[in-house]
Design a protein around this ligand. Structure first.
Ligand SMILES: Cc1ncc(COP(=O)(O)O)c(C=O)c1O
Length: 380
């Protein structure tokens, strides 16, 4: 029989987390899972109640509008103004999404055709590279190096004049690097100079420790050619709800919507009502999450340190990007950690060639379990 898969599927490797799931399923015992970045804590009750109140509204039982409810877009715009001092037109410069992953994928499909070049951080969330490849584009990998605080060194990009799009992700998954204003200014200036478009995936902006991360859109002139992705997933423990939004340049949003209109019909409006509530009243929940991740970060860092494995302290996100304590490849290290100690981490190589030599711990594990993981590793 013919292979039903399109030829383009050969351009991408198997999805990393599906592979890790298989590895996990094949492992017996009590696994401590630092793998996927999926909050273990529940969605705050008042957000659930906001959705429950909205469920009975018959208007919400019909198809949503493609860019999302104007009230939800207005709540996102107000939040951006409060948080970053960025003013947005809710009608044209905000679009609700079924999670930022969906929007990132569709934006790439809306902007990128065969041969178009897309600059992508390495290591990074693999969707940027994979969607570029699926759309027929050519990813140009931008190494993230520890010596630069995991900020892209723009001098390392060859032929930036040929780029159509550059994707940034600060605060960064997996490196936990945080962009400075100067860095974003440099990126926007480069985009203007070489006429490419710029994306910042800012889904971790609310999970910070010492300093508040900034927005790319705070740079003057950025609205001419930039968008930023946001999500309620991590900030309010809502990964299962599938709700996020994109803000910024209206033409980029229009290109993304052209694909979305032919693919999905927007998020369920009752979920958008919950998002409105979270954006307006959710700061205390975000603050509570920060406190929890802060404690977990310190617990893990202290524990690893006590094992003679010092790692860089993350300033934001809920990831610890740990350089391997010995010379081994990250997949091998991950497999050993799982079989020997039933501890699951993400191998750096799965997130890009420059991720080799590192593993990622997601702080989505309670402190007691972090201590247990350290005890297991201490046994050798
Ligand atoms: C950098 C980054 N962007 C986007 C996403 C997707 O988030 P969601 O689709 O839940 O909004 C993730 C999820 O892990 C991520 O790490």
């Amino acid at each position: 029989m013919r292979d039903p898969g399109a030829k383009r599927l050969c351009r991408i490797p198997p999805y990393l987390f599906a592979e890790l799931d298989a590895l996990k399923a094949a492992t017996k015992g009590d696994i401590i899972d630092f793998g996927v970045g999926d909050p273990d804590r529940p969605t705050p009750k008042p957000i659930i109640q906001a959705m429950n109140r909205a469920l009975g509204n018959r208007a919400h039982h019909r198809y949503p509008t493609y860019p999302g409810m104007l009230a939800a877009r207005a709540a996102a715009a107000e939040w951006y103004d409060r948080r970053f001092g960025v003013k947005l037109d809710p009608e044209h410069e905000v679009c609700m999404l079924l999670g930022s992953k969906e929007g990132i994928g569709h934006l790439i499909w809306g902007c990128i055709g065969p041969g178009d070049r897309v600059a992508v951080p390495d290591p990074s969330y693999m969707i940027y590279r994979h969607q570029t490849l699926l759309a027929g584009g050519r990813p140009v990998m931008m190494p993230l190096r520890e010596k630069n605080g995991f900020l892209v060194d723009f001098n390392e990009i060859r032929n930036e004049a040929g780029l159509k799009l550059m994707v940034l992700n600060y605060p960064s998954n997996p490196t936990a690097g945080v962009a400075s204003r100067k860095f974003f200014e440099e990126a926007v200036a480069l985009a203007h100079k070489h006429d490419f478009f710029l994306v910042n995936d800012n889904v971790y902006s609310e999970l910070y420790f010492e300093h508040k991360p900034i927005s790319l859109l705070q740079v003057p002139g950025s609205l001419d050619r930039c968008v930023e992705f946001h999500s309620l997933s991590k900030t309010y423990n809502m990964t299962g709800w599938r709700i996020g939004f994109v803000v910024g340049n209206r033409d980029l949003i229009k290109a993304m919507l052209a694909i979305k209109q032919n693919t999905d019909s927007g998020p369920f409006q009752a979920i958008q009502e919950a998002a409105i509530f979270a954006l307006r009243h959710g700061e205390r929940f975000a603050a509570a999450n920060r406190e929890v991740y802060h404690e977990r970060r310190d617990e893990l860092l202290q524990g690893l340190n006590s094992l003679g494995w010092p790692v860089r302290k993350p300033e934001a996100t809920f990831y610890v990007w740990a350089r391997l304590p010995k010379r081994t490849d990250s997949f091998q290290f991950t497999r050993q950690l799982l079989t020997k100690h039933q501890i699951l981490v993400t191998p750096g190589i799965g997130l890009g060639r420059h991720g080799e030599g590192y593993v990622r711990f997601a702080l989505t594990v309670p402190r007691a379990r972090i201590r247990e993981a350290i005890r297991r590793m201490a046994r050798g």
